[in-house]
Design a protein around this ligand. Structure first.
Ligand SMILES: [Fe+2]
Length: 291
């Protein structure tokens, strides 16, 4: 009997275990909550930062952090996954009037829905599939970077951060694999926004000290937050040291007390009119029968 051959590297997991939150400031908590909770169908964190200075919004195992300040806009787009894309499209249609006068807009495409938040952040909503077992959450963030930088950014995540990185054939998009079901994507575009306004992402890494050593030696650490967290902002080409892109990373160790924190998620299919007893919580295995 011939021996079966396996590509063992196909099951490797890189050093970034999770992309946990995207932080963008918003000027109006009521409007932000309406958009992220009522319209998108996510859940306000009931325990920490529920407002009015900040609001944390749970999306599966990930979160949006929305502190109150003038709006920040991520330079790219944020992938969101919802259990029922059609239901989201209906909410977008029914609730659009309440968002008149803001930057809000949406367009239903064949496989996803493009949404602009009231302050200009671009979200791309998908139904389940393509990102492991995820049905609700943030499967990826795509950053739009200057031309000629994707290759160097890929090298940074491979060599400094210890990640699995795929560079496409044209070398103008690199994808950094995160845990089992998430991606950080860096896509070159012709005219990326030049100014960076300070929004950030939070990641958990298993090798916490390795990236820190490189970043410290190269003067790239921007904050030594505590024993379980540091921050950096500039992605450099490790071959030349040349800065390539700015995005603050909140880097956390797996010992951080919030690692794999249990997040409350509601079943957004529940309403006053179709209420089903015992179906208030989001349960991935049940969502189709509950919807
Ligand atoms: Fe954060």
């Amino acid at each position: 009997m011939p021996k079966r051959q396996f590509d063992r590297s196909a099951m490797d997991v890189g050093n970034i275990i999770a992309l946990e939150h995207v932080n963008v400031t918003v000027p109006d908590q009521a409007l932000a909550t309406f958009f992220y909770v009522n319209v998108l169908g996510f859940t306000r964190d009931p325990y920490i930062d529920w407002g009015p200075y900040n609001v944390w919004v749970n999306a599966g195992r990930q979160q949006f952090h929305l502190p109150t300040a003038k709006p920040q806009v991520l330079r790219g787009l944020i992938g969101i996954m919802v259990p029922d894309l059609e239901a989201l499209n209906q909410r977008l249609t029914h609730m659009r009037k309440r968002l008149d006068g803001t930057d809000f807009e949406f367009e239903v495409k064949k496989k996803f829905t493009d949404i602009t938040c009231p302050w200009g952040n671009h979200l791309r909503a998908h139904g389940p599939g393509g990102f492991g077992e995820m049905q609700l959450g943030l499967p990826y963030v795509e950053f739009h970077v200057p031309q000629g930088t994707a290759n160097g950014i890929g090298k940074f995540y491979r060599k400094v951060m210890g990640c699995e990185v795929k560079l496409n054939k044209m070398k103008n998009v690199c994808e950094v694999s995160v845990g089992l079901e998430q991606i950080l994507r860096f896509k070159e575009i012709r005219r990326p926004k030049p100014t960076y306004d300070g929004h950030h992402i939070a990641i958990y890494v298993s090798n916490f000290s390795g990236p820190h050593k490189y970043l410290k030696e190269h003067g790239l650490i921007t904050e030594e937050s505590d024993e379980n967290q540091y921050r950096f902002q500039t992605i450099v080409n490790p071959a030349s040291g040349k800065p390539l892109f700015e995005i603050e990373h909140e880097v956390r160790s797996l010992h951080h007390p919030m690692y794999q924190r249990a997040l409350v998620n509601r079943n957004s299919a529940q309403t006053f009119f179709n209420y089903q007893r015992g179906r208030d919580a989001y349960m991935p295995a049940d969502i189709e029968s509950a919807g």
